[in-house]
Design a protein around this ligand. Sequence first.
Ligand SMILES: Cc1cc2nc3c(=O)[nH]c(=O)nc-3n(C[C@H](O)[C@H](O)[C@H](O)COP(=O)(O)OP(=O)(O)OC[C@H]3O[C@@H](n4cnc5c(N)ncnc54)[C@H](O)[C@@H]3O)c2cc1C
Length: 395
Amino acid sequence: MPGFADQYGIEYGLPEADEIWRGRARTFAQETLAANAQRLDREGRFSRRIVAALGEAGLIGAGLSEPTGGGASTLAACAIAEEIGAVDGSARGFLAVQAGLVLAPLSTFANDTLRERWVPGLIAGTSIGACCLTEPGAGSDLGAIATTITEEGDEVVIRGEKVWITNGGVADILLVFGTVDTKARTRGLECYAVPADTEGVHTEPMPGNELGHRASDHARVVFKDVRVPKTNRIGGERSGFSIAMFGLEDGRLNVASGAVGVHRACLEQSIRFARSRRQFGRRIGDFQQVGATLADMDVELRAARLLVHQAARLKDRGLDNAHAVSAAKLYATEAALRAATNAIQLHGSRGYNDELPLERHYRDVIALTIYEGTSNVQRVILSRNLLGKDEGRGE
Ligand SMILES: Cc1cc2nc3c(=O)[nH]c(=O)nc-3n(C[C@H](O)[C@H](O)[C@H](O)COP(=O)(O)OP(=O)(O)OC[C@H]3O[C@@H](n4cnc5c(N)ncnc54)[C@H](O)[C@@H]3O)c2cc1C
């Protein structure tokens, strides 16, 4: 069956080189992910084979510069995330962490030894990375991170607890954020690369059954007197917050692109159903209320994709895109959640079980409005940028 883009002539407007990446990701999603996504979700199983296949297809390191990475533009990386996200939210979530939160900072800020040791395997999908920011007492508020980093000779000692760490239980390398000065909040943060087999690293699955992303690995990771060389620091002294923001900007754009993919999948399936399902002697799509829902889903999809592409194009032109990334993440993830809800309503009872992937998309997409900065946090960033500093404060 032709895709939505082919059937309805959506203009992606991608340059030829980016279109090649999009096509490659689309083929991969349809040939490798589509056959497994529903089963892995039902089994709640993380698949290393999918990771290796993503690496083999060149999709993990696509956005990193050549010769190590694929040299694709940010726009192409977004198109890849959209295609993967349209089929498999767990695989797209893996990609956001491995490419955005781990590879981007590691390949940009780590020393040569760390880069040579870890980057090729992470790109190939033979190694797995995780990014450890969140703690029981520090979610949106990274200044509250309580994991401590203490210098001892040529080493640092890391002590603390991280939760909700994607890939945490399967990772080979962990990027761990801790503080060297608990009173300094974000200005005291540093980031260290910690091999997962280092003595004192303990991981266990998050307790409870998760709503979505069931084919992902989410772990609690405890660091008990974990020693690594000082040279394992990523970036400079007390640069942890800017390293986190660097990774999160990449990751947030990946999440927003994945949301566009979910949205598109929900709309495509809804159009198919609205054309074929008949009630009261006609196609349900011909009832004005159903048609209007489809029209709204279409407009919101186009708007979300434009926001994502605008943020990507700014980065590709070397311009600051932080505000645009927050706008894209906020809008695209919330629009995708509305689209998933509408798609299930529109399918009636047929949307309510896992014969179709809609209920999986619905369960998966909620997390996109939470991780890598909740919707409220994106609103905080946007409004803070709009208002600027309060010059009259303290008067
Ligand atoms: C599936 C999944 C995967 C994840 N993967 C990772 C990972 O790989 N690595 C990692 O480090 N973390 C990960 N996380 C954690 C995720 O980043 C946090 O859940 C997220 O940052 C929010 O933190 P919190 O859950 O502690 O919520 P809190 O920060 O406690 O927020 C609770 C509520 O308060 C609101 N709130 C908080 N502060 C403000 C404010 N200033 N203004 C307005 N509202 C506010 C929030 O929007 C939210 O609605 C993952 C989470 C999930 C669900």
